[in-house]
Design a protein around this ligand. Structure first.
Ligand code: GLU
Length: 340
């Protein structure tokens, strides 16, 4: 057994990985400046992951902290508009740093700023999803943050843990890594309890597990353990394994891969593909139906795509992203799918 205990899920096996980077790792607390050395070590790791065929998406915090220092803001300046101003200034610095440091390893980056509207409303969700998958196809790493400059307090995530989980769900990632200043889940706050027990693997988010996150909000940086457990819930349901690991070391991901650092792993209940199928089958009501000819029915049953020529009739009113039912010409339901 290595330092991590025995984990069922491995980062190296993941095809699509979302890595969330907390502000406490990127920014020096003393002066609010970027920790370039750490980001450089991460850039090297990303290059190795991409070279090994993995697709990587980054969700990065840090804009507000960087912007506050850059604009010489005082500790008391914490109104919403002051946060938004800080985010506007800091996001430029953040994006520039990623471009420069990843660029040194031949990696292209692209900035994507999201609000809950983009992940919770289906049509915007589909748009954002297409943009992200196009970027990945073009070989660029999306660097995502919440669009803090326009998000109001009522409609913002406020923490990048849940945003990262939504992104993982959106792109069908099979692994989400939350890098912050905490190395995993404990049964009680380890900063106050010497006997706190570390949990290496979690297969079910029971009430007991959720309660473990409850008391440790302030000890663990901005999002706290509660938002990490909420992220775990989204990830596990979406077929994505989630790791909580400490980024307070150089090369954190290689260290995890080598089994030299411990982390908590929340195991996915299913594959991303099956989770999506279940979501389609279970949570949406059909907005219309397509009546197919025998040729189209045969093509679908052998796994081929549906071509317009095979559609005899269209019923209902639906738009992109709506669920439609596929019906044979003798009235049998053949399947369900999302309209593209
Ligand atoms: N979006 C915020 C920022 O870039 C960070 C949110 C968080 O720390 O989770 O500063």
């Amino acid at each position: 057994m290595n330092a991590t205990g025995t984990h069922t899920a491995r980062l190296t096996d993941a095809r699509r990985v979302v890595v969330k980077i907390g502000s406490s790792l990127l920014i020096h607390k003393e002066n609010g400046e970027l920790n370039r050395e750490w980001l450089e070590s991460l850039a090297g790791e990303r290059a190795a992951m991409i070279a090994s065929g993995q697709q990587v998406v980054l969700v990065s915090s840090g804009a507000i902290a960087l912007g506050r220092a850059y604009l010489n803001m005082q500790p008391g300046q914490r109104r919403l508009e002051e946060h938004q101003a800080a985010a506007a200034a800091g996001q430029v610095l953040l994006a520039h740093a990623y471009q420069e440091l990843m660029g040194a390893h031949g990696i292209k980056v692209a900035q994507v700023l999201l609000t809950p509207d983009d992940t919770e409303h289906r049509r915007r969700y589909l748009n954002a999803r297409s943009t992200l998958s196009t970027l990945l196809t073009l070989g660029a790493i999306p660097v995502i943050n919440e669009n803090d400059t326009v998000a109001t307090s009522e409609i913002r995530y406020g923490d990048n843990d849940r945003l990262a989980a939504r992104v993982a769900q959106m792109i069908g990632a099979d692994c989400l890594v939350l890098l912050s200043d905490v190395d995993g889940l404990y049964d009680k706050d380890p900063t106050r309890n010497d006997d706190a027990r570390f949990l290496p693997e979690i297969t079910e988010l029971t009430e007991d597990i959720i309660a473990m996150g409850g008391g440790v909000q302030t000890a663990f940086g901005s999002g706290g353990m509660i938002t990490k457990l909420k992220a775990a819930q989204i990830a596990m349901e979406s077929g994505c394994n989630m790791f909580i690991a400490s980024g307070k070391i150089m090369h954190p991901l290689s260290t995890i891969e080598a089994g030299e650092a411990r982390f908590s792993c929340f195991l996915a209940k299913d594959t991303p593909r099956n989770a999506r199928k279940k979501w389609i089958a279970g949570s949406l009501s059909s907005a219309g139906s397509l009546i197919l000819d025998a040729g189209a029915e045969k093509a679908l049953s052998t796994g081929k795509s549906l071509l317009p020529a095979g559609v005899m009739k269209v019923d209902g009113n639906f738009e992109r992203g709506d669920l439609v039912t596929l019906i044979s010409n003798d009235g049998r339901e053949l399947g369900r799918g999302l309209s593209a």
